[in-house]
Every structure is written in structure tokens, then in C-alpha cells.
Design a protein around this ligand. Structure first.
Ligand code: PEP
Length: 253
């Protein structure tokens, strides 16, 4: 059976006070040991706070981006070894907001993925098409290009123990969710693309769906055979929503 996970992406939100209230509420509900991993990817300045509150709990923490570099004269960057030093288990790589707003290329995303692996972190590799690309019938071509960039820069082996998140750009933060069939179809395609290089790694790979996941649609999405949990933005800022989403993933056997 594949590992399941529900990962929250807080994006550029939070303060010491609101983070504490949110994490305390999650700690009351998420068990210390469960089959489904639960994690929050917080803004980097709050990683130490996340560690202080979550250490020893069933909730892991992670970052939303990392540098391709490990150290040196790279002002403003945060490296994989720094994230590992702060106890991060996860790091998002290639989120569509990084790709579209900050111009991250497929090649840079692949370098960041490799940097995360070198630091012992679990990268959550995000891929997904825009609305225009979907409407032009280019969804699979876009996913293939994004996945292939990673496969060319390090091969399929680096996906062993990693996580992929399929996040259609048109569904992120828009309230529009992909149908469960659309999510499953795209995620089956991603798995198949990786299987072309290494069938065993593809079969074991955790692939999350992200894009306006809510308590009300999580169970239907997570019931699909290729959907192994969720990457959750807006709803991860509301404790009851995030807990309900995690429970929906954990209930799936
Ligand atoms: C995300 O930020 O990765 C995301 C999926 O956001 P939302 O759930 O708000 O659509």
C-alpha cells in the first residue's frame, strides 16, 4: 500500500500568535501515530516556532521553497541544510506560484528537488497545467514536460521516497476543484510517465492532489485510486477544515 499524506501550505500567511492558536488546535486532534502523514509547510521565519510546538507530535513541518545552493554568497536564500537543521521533514518544490510569479523554470525546479534530497528532506514536487493549457488539450504535454525535467536531472530513483503533488493551476486558490475523475486521470498519467523509467518506484509513489481541497470535497477526491492525499492551501489555515481533510485521507484504506 502507498503512503498517504495531507500537507498544508500556509503560503505567505501567519503570525506568532495566529500560528500558535492554529497549531495548538491541530495538536488536539491529530494523533501522535497514524497511517496518514500530516504536515504543515510554514513560512521560513516560523520554522523554529513550528519545531518548538510540534516536536514529538504526529504533525511534521516543512518549508515552501529552498535554494539550489547549500551555502555562500546568495543573499536571501534558505538552503536545504538549514531546513534540515530546523527539523523540517518536507519542502515544497516547484509550486505553481514559484513557477509563475518568481519565474522558476523546470530546470531550476529539478535542481531544487535534487538539493532537497541531498539534505535528507522529502521534496513535494508540484506540477500542473494552467486553464489555457487544459483548454488547448495540452494537459498531458505540460505534465510530461515538468516530470521529464526531473527525470532527466537525476533519474527516477530520486523519486523513491519523494512525493509528487498534482496541482492544476486553475484550481489553486480559486474555489474551483478538479473533479475526482480529472484528478485521477492526470495523476494516473504522471504515474505512468514515471513508470516508463521505473515501474516499481512509480507504483509506490505518493501522489497528492492540490487545488481548493476542502472538508466537503476531500473524501471524494481521496477515494480515487491514484490520489494518495492532498496538498492544501487555504483550508490548511482553518484547523477544523484541515483536520477534517486529514481524517478523510486517513479513513481511506
Ligand atoms: C496550494 O497552495 O498548494 C493550494 C492547493 O492552495 P488551495 O488549496 O488554496 O487551492
Amino acid at each position: 500500500m502507498r503512503s498517504k499524506a495531507v500537507v498544508g501550505n500556509w503560503k505567505l500567511n501567519g503570525s506568532l500568535a495566529t500560528n500558535e492558536a492554529l497549531l495548538e488546535a491541530l495538536l488536539r486532534e491529530i494523533p501522535r501515530q497514524a497511517a496518514t502523514a500530516c504536515a504543515v509547510c510554514v513560512p521560513s521565519p516560523y520554522l523554529a516556532q513550528a519545531r518548538a510546538l510540534l516536536d514529538g507530535s504526529g504533525i511534521a513541518w516543512g518549508a515552501q521553497d529552498l535554494s539550489r545552493y547549500e551555502k555562500g554568497a546568495y543573499t536571501g536564500e534558505v538552503s536545504g541544510p538549514m531546513l534540515a537543521d530546523l527539523g523540517c521533514r518536507y519542502v515544497l518544490v516547484g509550486h505553481s506560484e514559484r513557477r509563475s510569479i518568481f519565474g522558476e523554470s523546470d530546470a531550476l525546479v529539478a535542481e531544487k528537488y535534487a538539493a532537497a534530497r541531498r539534505s535528507g528532506l522529502t521534496p513535494v514536487f508540484c506540477v500542473g497545467e494552467t486553464l489555457e493549457e487544459r483548454e488547448q488539450g495540452r494537459t498531458e504535454a505540460v505534465l510530461a514536460r515538468q516530470v521529464d525535467a526531473l527525470l532527466h536531472n537525476g533519474g527516477a530513483k530520486q523519486l523513491d521516497g519523494g512525493i509528487v503533488a498534482y496541482e492544476p493551476v486553475w484550481a489553486i486558490g480559486t474555489g474551483k476543484t478538479a473533479s475526482s475523475a480529472q484528478a485521477d486521470e492526470a495523476q494516473a498519467f504522471i504515474r505512468g510517465r514515471i513508470a516508463g523509467k521505473d515501474a516499481a518506484i512509480a507504483a509506490a509513489l505518493t501522489i497528492l492532489y492540490g487545488g481548493s481541497v476542502k472538508a466537503s470535497n476531500a473524501a471524494e477526491l481521496f477515494a480515487m485510486p491514484n490520489v494518495d492525499g492532498g496538498l492544501v492551501g487555504g483550508a490548511s489555515l482553518v484547523a477544523e477544515e484541515f483536520v477534517a481533510i486529514w481524517r478523510a485521507a486517513d479513513a481511506r484504506r
